[in-house]
Design a protein around this ligand. Structure first.
Ligand code: 1GP
Length: 249
C-alpha cells in the first residue's frame, strides 16, 4: 500500500522534530475563508491541514477541499466524521478507527462503505487509532458515535488501547479531547502513551494557546492539532504563535 503522504507528513518526526496540523471544519468557514486560512497556515509554519467534522451541515465539502488544496502546498488530509466525507482533491485521509469506543460502525462499518471509493479516488488512507478522552462535557464525537470516552484519570487504560491499535497495524495514535473541549488531553496520559508506543502520537481538542501546546510537547506529543480557535477574532495570530512554539521545540 502506498505510504508516500504518510512518509512526508512524518518526516519531521523522524528528524526528532514535532509537527503542527490545523483542522478546518467545512461548517465553520466559507470556501474563500478556508483558502485564505490555508495560505496563512503555510506562511506561518503549519505542517499539514486536516479537513472534516463529526457532523456536516454544509454542502460544499468537495469545493472546500479543492479550494484549500489549490491555495497551499501543504499536505491536505481528510479527517472524516463518516464515509461521506471524501474528496479526490485531498492527498490522503486519516482512516480513523474510534478504538476508544465499542461501536462497530466507527470501528469497521464506515470503513467498509468508504473503501471502494478511496480506491477509486486514489486517496492514500493512513490507518489511525482515534481515541476520545473525557474532557469535562459531552463532545460532538461522543454524542454522534454513541460511545464513551476514555476516563481522563486512567492513563493505563489509554495505554492498553494505544498498544492494541499499534499491534493491529495502525500508523498513528490520535488522543482527542473533542473540538472545543473545556479540558484538553492530560499531560500524564500523553506521557504514558508516548512512553509505551512506537508510533507517532497526535494530540488535539481544546488547545488554544502556546503555553498549552508546550505542555503537550513536553509530555511527548508528536503532532499538535488545533481547529476551533481559528473562529476567534485573533485566530490567525494564535495560529502563528502556536506554529512558532512547535517549530522552536
Ligand atoms: C478536534 O482535535 C481537533 O477534532 C481540534 O480540536 O477544535 O478544540 O482545536 P479544537
Amino acid at each position: 500500500m502506498e505510504t508516500r503522504i504518510f512518509d512526508a507528513v512524518t518526516r519531521r518526526l523522524r528528524e526528532g522534530k514535532r509537527a503542527y496540523w490545523v483542522l478546518l471544519d467545512p461548517d465553520d468557514f466559507s470556501v474563500d475563508q478556508a483558502a485564505q486560512i490555508a495560505l496563512e497556515s503555510q506562511r506561518c509554519g503549519v505542517h499539514a491541514l486536516l479537513i472534516g467534522g463529526s457532523l456536516l451541515h454544509s454542502n460544499h465539502f468537495d469545493e472546500f477541499v479543492a479550494a484549500v488544496k489549490k491555495s497551499t502546498e501543504l499536505p491536505v488530509l481528510l479527517f472524516p466524521g463518516d464515509s461521506t466525507q471524501l474528496s479526490t482533491h485531498a492527498d490522503a485521509l486519516l482512516y480513523l478507527s474510534l478504538v476508544s469506543g465499542r461501536n462497530p460502525s466507527n470501528l469497521i462499518g464506515e470503513h467498509v462503505k468508504a473503501a471502494p471509493l478511496i480506491k477509486d479516488l486514489g486517496i492514500e488512507p493512513i490507518p489511525t487509532a482515534y481515541m476520545l478522552v473525557e474532557s469535562g462535557a459531552v463532545s460532538s464525537v461522543e454524542f454522534m458515535s454513541n460511545t464513551r470516552p476514555l476516563p481522563r484519570t486512567k492513563p493505563a487504560i489509554a495505554v492498553a488501547h494505544a498498544l492494541a491499535a499499534q499491534y493491529m497495524g495502525m500508523k498513528l495514535i490520535y488522543l482527542e479531547a473533542g473540538s472545543g473541549a473545556k479540558q484538553s488531553v492530560p499531560p500524564e496520559m500523553i506521557q504514558m502513551v508516548k512512553s509505551q508506543v512506537a508510533v507517532p502520537v497526535i494530540v488535539g481538542g481544546g488547545i488554544r494557546d502556546s503555553a498549552t501546546v508546550v505542555e503537550k510537547l513536553e509530555a511527548g506529543a508528536d503532532i499538535i492539532v488545533t481547529g476551533n480557535m481559528l473562529r476567534h477574532e485573533n485566530g490567525i495570530s494564535l495560529m502563528k504563535e502556536i506554529a512558532a512554539a512547535v517549530n522552536r521545540f
